[in-house]
Write a protein that binds this ligand. Structure first.
Ligand code: F6P
Length: 307
């Protein structure tokens, strides 16, 4: 039987033509990024992004590849990238705003671990006071031993894999993750030193015999939950940085949309990530994401003794 292409699947899945074209354009830009990761300059670019993090040459290149392709698509009226200071408005007939992290976990490229690009798509040019519930699609591309693209347009979560002739073909459709988890991916575990509730949480995972599955990259860690169909990933804050490190707009909202569409849940510990208002492009949030019951257990443990 013939493989199902991304274009064909989007068509069958009911994606509007311009959204289908936009997702295809994003998928095409990922093919240039995977080539740069495999062969490109791994050096530091000598600049910092707005979070003060050193930008790798690859971060800047990936940002440029995606930005150019979005502008050229003529489908986008605004874009926001983790590597840019602010929202960029685009003079076009397009109606979509695309938010993206061009190369999440880019420092892992140096040790040859998996990285990814994350995208959220809104049908609006104004993100202020919007929430993740206003997304109309989200996707990520994971550059691992294989390159895969996972997307949702609100009716299921599907995996595509880049084949030997650089086409994305359907490898798994309608991914559903189980309500219960038996593995955990705990980011920022230093938080347990200063927060007894996080300490309780960590103890709960250990005493429940959860298996450790942690790579240090949000894309491969969340991808692992989706593909194994269970688990929980966390990145809490510390006393000094109560909101943690991960960005609401570029990382947490698109991943929350995808996981929620696969039957899972994402929370900041108290509130659904998809209900948090976007107040600025560089907003951060703690996150607990994955199997529904496991995330609800986090909310329960964080509530205990709360004022
Ligand atoms: O935000 C980038 C990122 O690399 C995520 O992909 C990952 O989950 C997190 O940072 C890891 O952070 P740390 O370096 O604190 O473990």
């Amino acid at each position: 039987m013939k493989d199902t292409s991304l274009n064909n699947f989007l068509y069958q899945n009911g994606a509007k033509d311009d959204l289908r074209h936009l997702i295809i354009d994003i998928a095409t830009s990922s093919k240039y990024i995977i080539h740069s990761i495999k062969t490109g300059d791994l050096g530091i670019a000598g600049t910092s992004n707005l979070y003060g993090e050193k930008q790798l040459a690859l971060d800047i290149l990936s940002d440029k590849i995606i930005t150019d392709s979005l502008i050229e698509s003529n489908l986008v009226c605004a874009l926001a990238s983790e590597e840019k200071e602010d929202i960029q408005t685009i003079d076009s007939a397009g109606k979509y705003a695309v938010v993206f992290d061009p190369l999440d976990g880019s420092s892992l490229v140096g040790t040859n671990l998996a990285v990814g690009s994350i995208f959220g798509i809104f049908e609006s040019n104004d993100l202020n006071n919007k929430t993740g519930k206003d997304l109309i699609a989200a996707l990520y591309v994971m550059y691992g031993p294989r390159t895969t693209l996972i997307f949702s347009i609100g009716n299921g979560v599907h995996e595509f894999t880049l084949n030997d002739v650089y086409e994305y073909v359907l490898t798994k459709k309608n991914i559903i993750i189980s309500n219960t988890a038996s593995s955990f991916s705990p980011g920022n575990i230093n938080s347990i030193k200063t927060n007894s509730k996080y300490n309780n949480l960590f103890t709960h995972w250990i005493t429940s015999n959860y298996k450790l599955r942690y790579s240090g990259g949000m894309v491969p860690d969340v991808n692992s939950i989706l593909l194994r169909e269970e688990g929980i990933f966390s990145y809490p804050g510390t006393n000094k940085t109560p909101k943690g490190k991960l960005r609401l707009l570029y990382e947490c909202i698109p991943m929350a949309y995808i996981i929620s569409n696969a039957g899972g849940k994402a929370s900041n510990g108290y509130k659904d990530i998809l209900d948090i208002k976007i107040e600025s492009v560089n907003q951060r949030t703690p996150i607990f994401i994955g199997s529904k019951n496991a995330v609800e257990k986090v909310e329960e443990l964080l509530k205990v003794g709360a004022g």
